[in-house]
Ligand binder design. Structure first.
Ligand SMILES: [Zn+2]
Length: 418
């Protein structure tokens, strides 16, 4: 590959400063580094990102879904390449999940500009709104809005206090109808690449600096509700109770059993509530949320059927009414083989060691992959830890990932011109 410009070089100090700045925009009185999308400080986080994009020379907008979208004009006819990730976190999360991909994408723009490299493609950088599952059970809200996948059904989802997603969005300045109208025109986009931390131990165990994602897990989430009857805990015989808590507990164990049954499959429960919350009253109402993950859609459909049947059985034997509400299934997302091949060649060319792997974590790239050819670059997570304050990736590894991302965009740009 002949080049008439210097190789773009990534400024590690600038990357570290960016990570540190966002680590300072967190919710007070919450553990770790918490910046939930529907919480009080996420807007400030995205405003910080917006200013960085403007400073880096991007034409920047905040779309109707809360996504920060910046565009660096190319020299060509308006075809574009897209990069990005998210800056919201889980409660008690870390400083790297998603953030590395956003800080890294902006650093890529700066590195290209400073090296005097002009791509033929426009380069579109996105900080996707609300990637992490919110209290309504919905994740990847911003990317799904861009992909046109959200409907009024999603806006009507309710949390445990009966508040709707539309209300919660309104409270953080996002108008529900604007969100539904935030569809992005992907017809001019030739490829999408997301840089992200691995969030698991595979790269560390294999001594690899870069992960090349081959596919992203499918996910099926649900909310299970159990309606029994409140009774005196001391006087009501065990065999005549309608204990909603026991039906829920049996169903939680069914999630574990089903999730343990396949290759790379997972089943997890959370947010369990018993009402009334008292040990001297038989539980009248119980509910919890859960999810299954796996690399095959067929298995996920099968898991849905088995879990619904198990919940009905747990409820039926106790005279407890059961309802299992499934969110729309997120299909497993294979990455584009030709984009992955380009990423692999770039990583090899930089002399970085790499592994191909499957992502058990969901990402905005899974949503965008349904619109355009997509690929992901992973950098190692220390001890495989993530979604916790201990989450850590060395700056050298982050810098290597951003360098690979930068070179990958140059390669994808040239590929598009052939
Ligand atoms: Zn993430």
């Amino acid at each position: 590959m002949s080049r008439s410009f210097r190789d773009p070089s990534v400024d590690a100090g600038r990357v570290e400063a960016g990570l540190r700045t966002l680590a300072g925009v967190v919710e007070p009185d919450r553990p770790g580094w918490t910046r939930t999308a529907l919480g009080p400080v996420d807007r400030e986080g995205r405003e910080t990102v917006r200013r960085w994009m403007v400073d880096a020379g991007l034409e920047t907008t905040l779309d109707g879904a809360g996504n920060v979208v910046g565009r660096l004009r190319g020299t060509g006819s308006g075809r574009s390449l897209m990069v990005g990730s998210h800056t919201d976190t889980v409660v008690g999360g870390g400083r790297f999940d998603g953030i590395v991909g956003v800080v890294g994408a902006i650093e890529t723009v700066r590195a290209l500009q400073e090296a005097g490299v002009r791509l033929a493609h426009d380069l579109v950088v996105v900080d996707f709104f609300n990637e992490e599952p919110n209290e309504f059970g919905l994740s990847c809200v911003g990317s799904r809005a861009m992909a046109g996948e959200l409907t009024t059904h999603h806006l009507g989802l309710s949390d445990d206090h009966g508040r709707t997603l539309a209300d919660a969005l309104g409270a953080v300045g996002i108008d529900a109808s604007a969100l539904l109208g935030a569809r992005y025109d992907f017809s001019g986009v030739d490829a999408f690449v997301e840089l992200h931390i691995e969030q698991g131990p595979y790269l560390e165990q294999h001594g690899s600096q870069i992960g090349l994602v081959e596919s992203i897990t499918g996910i099926s989430r649900f909310r299970a509700l159990f309606q029994g009857r409140a009774d005196h805990a001391g006087t009501t015989p065990m065999d005549v109770r309608h204990d909603a808590g026991c039906a829920a507990a049996g169903t939680v164990l069914a999630v574990e059993r089903i999730g343990s049954g396949g290759d790379r499959t997972k089943g997890t429960s959370g947010q369990v509530t018993f009402t009334p919350a008292a040990t001297n009253v038989v539980t009248a109402h119980a509910e919890f949320r859960g999810e299954f993950r796996g690399p095959e859609a067929e298995w996920l459909h099968h898991a849905q059927d088995r879990l619904t049947a198990a919940a009905q059985e747990e409820g039926g034997s106790r005279g407890v009414q059961v309802e299992v509400d499934w969110l729309p299934l997120q299909e497993p997302a294979p990455m584009d083989e030709s984009v992955v091949g380009t990423l692999a060649a770039v990583v090899d060319g930089l002399g970085l060691s790499s592994s191909r792997l499957f992502s058990g974590a969901e990402h905005d790239a899974a949503v965008i992959a349904r619109q355009v050819p997509a690929g992901m670059l992973f950098v190692p997570s220390r001890d495989g830890r993530s979604h916790c304050p201990e989450e850590w990736t060395d700056l050298d590894d982050i810098t290597a990932g951003i360098t690979a991302l930068t070179q990958a965009l140059v390669a994808l740009d040239q590929r598009g011109r052939r």
